[in-house]
Design a protein around this ligand. Structure first.
Ligand code: GLU
Length: 481
């Protein structure tokens, strides 16, 4: 590539980092790093009513958590290209908008929103399907302008689209794409009457001034691209190359909507549940991109090496939650003892008081679950059943723990263990053997009532481990209750 590759991730700080945004950021990052380029983190904050406090920082931090490290951002500016927040760049947009007006490619429009609405209604009534701005202000006389100004109207600036113009570009994902100016919905606004630019205008000025060479973004922006290219043409600038990634769909094939409560969609939610950033990164990597071989687990370094934008998928990508859990469980298994301890402690702390235990003891308990965890918070339920069991509800199980035989088993078992210094796998075996011989009860009838009495559930980790977690005294308490 002739120029240095420069790509950007340009979120609007209207919320936390979403799975779709994370995917755009990741693919831009891989693209940059594959070709020794830079990733710019630019904040598109012009929709001021929708900005939320902390949105920018949380998105930035979540990116870093995923291992996506921008080369430039409001926090690491390059003098040549900053500032990196659009609301700090208003003068630049104004300058180029005025240039467009001067050269006849844009014009001031004084129509109020009520007037626009009224005329749109009229178009609809007349059977117009694709309504568009009727160009009332395209050739205002000095007199008309004066009159509007005296009325106190504040104008917006609209682009003046060329008639019968076609715009074609070569999309990195879908190949040749063509739009006619009719598809653009009429002379669109580039600067609103409050002086703030619209997305389609600001993005062109920024991408140009920031020397952006490639734009990878979601399919929802496909229809914006010809509008942006029209502006590049008018300003005599070379447009970057564009690639539009396909939509992400849920398991029913429906487009993932931020309101879909069946799928967690924000990075912060995954982090809280105990997903590892490496797993999320790996999962997102395969959400719309396929490697040449069947490899499934990638480190960032491997992903950069393997990344090939021509393998971005052209059909929707399915968000497969089971695959995500599978991936996460793989990464959990790879954690060292130290890492695992760090990772699992906050989840365990939700059910037990860890302050009384040494790290070694905590690790001992936590390790019992390591193999089976899909994500960190999955340790909570089984641990809870040991530490603070619920009441038994099933009639059958109640009958079992309350039977005369079971009561005898509890008594005999308590007698066996009460004088033991320490309960080990071996002496527990002996204890059971003794109970078995004296009462003639064996197998399931012997172990199940004890397990049930101790934890209220019939499944879980080995009994010896449960006893170790609870300690002898608590075991005796529960069995005598
Ligand atoms: N701020 C836009 C968004 O969040 C960025 C779109 C683009 O990449 O051009 O969707």
């Amino acid at each position: 590539m002739e120029n240095k590759v420069r790509v950007r991730y340009a979120p609007s700080p209207t919320g936390f980092l979403h799975i779709g945004g994370a995917r755009s950021a990741l693919f831009n990052y891989l693209f940059a790093k594959k070709y020794n380029g830079d990733l710019v983190f630019r904040v598109e904050d012009t929709d001021i009513e929708r900005n939320v406090a902390g949105g920018e920082e949380s998105q930035y931090n979540d990116l870093k958590w995923l291992g996506i490290i921008p080369d430039e951002s409001p926090y690491e500016p390059n003098e040549k290209y900053g500032p990196y927040r659009q609301m700090e760049r208003l003068d630049l947009y104004r300058k180029y908008a005025e240039q467009l007006v001067k050269q006849g490619d844009a014009y001031y429009c004084y129509c109020t929103s009520e007037e626009l609405e009224e005329r749109k209604e009229a178009q609809l009534l007349a059977g117009v399907k694709a309504t568009k701005y009727d160009r009332k202000c395209i050739n205002l006389t000095e007199e008309q302008i004066k009159k509007y100004q005296e009325e106190g109207r504040k104008p917006c600036i609209r682009i003046r689209l060329k008639d019968n113009h076609t715009i074609t570009f070569n999309d990195l994902v879908r190949g040749k794409v063509t739009f006619t100016c009719d598809d653009l919905g009429g002379d669109f606004v580039i600067v609103k009457s409050n002086g703030i630019p619209t997305y389609n205008f600001a993005v062109v000025v920024d991408d140009h001034l920031m020397d952006i060479t490639h734009v990878l973004r979601g399919e929802e922006h496909l229809s914006n691209t010809p509008k942006q290219i029209a502006i590049y043409e008018m300003l005599g600038w070379k447009a970057p190359e564009f690639g539009h990634m396909t939509i992400i769909v849920n398991e029913n094939g429906k487009k993932l909507s931020k309101r879909d409560n069946n799928i967690l969609q924000f990075m912060s939610q995954y982090r809280e549940l105990g997903y590892l950033s490496k797993a999320i990164f790996n999962f997102i990597l395969l959400l719309g991109w396929t490697p040449e071989d069947s490899k499934e687990l990638f480190t960032m370094k491997e992903a950069i090496e393997a990344f090939d934008p021509s393998r971005l998928s052209t059909s929707p990508s399915m968000f497969d939650q089971k695959r995500l859990i599978w991936m996460n469980s793989n990464y959990i298994k790879m954690l060292s003892d130290e890492e695992y301890l760090e990772f699992i402690k906050p989840h365990m702390a939700k059910v037990m008081d860890l302050s009384k235990l040494s790290d070694e003891q905590i690790l001992q308990i936590a390790s019992l679950y390591k193999e089976e965890l899909g994500y960190g918070a999955q340790i909570i339920e089984p641990l809870q059943s040991i530490v603070s069991p619920k009441e038994i509800e099933s009639e059958e199980e109640l009958a079992l723990v309350n039977s005369d035989t079971s009561k005898k088993v509890f008594e005999a078992f308590v007698n066996e263990i009460k004088d033991l210094e320490e309960i080990t796998k071996d002496n527990l075996k002996v204890a059971f053997k003794n109970v078995q011989t004296s009462l003639g009860v064996k197998g399931k009838d012997l172990y199940m009532p004890i397990r049930l009495k101790l934890t209220s559930v019939t499944h879980g980790i080995e009994l010896i481990n449960i006893i170790n977690i609870l300690g002898k005294e608590e075991v005796i308490n529960r069995l005598e209750k």
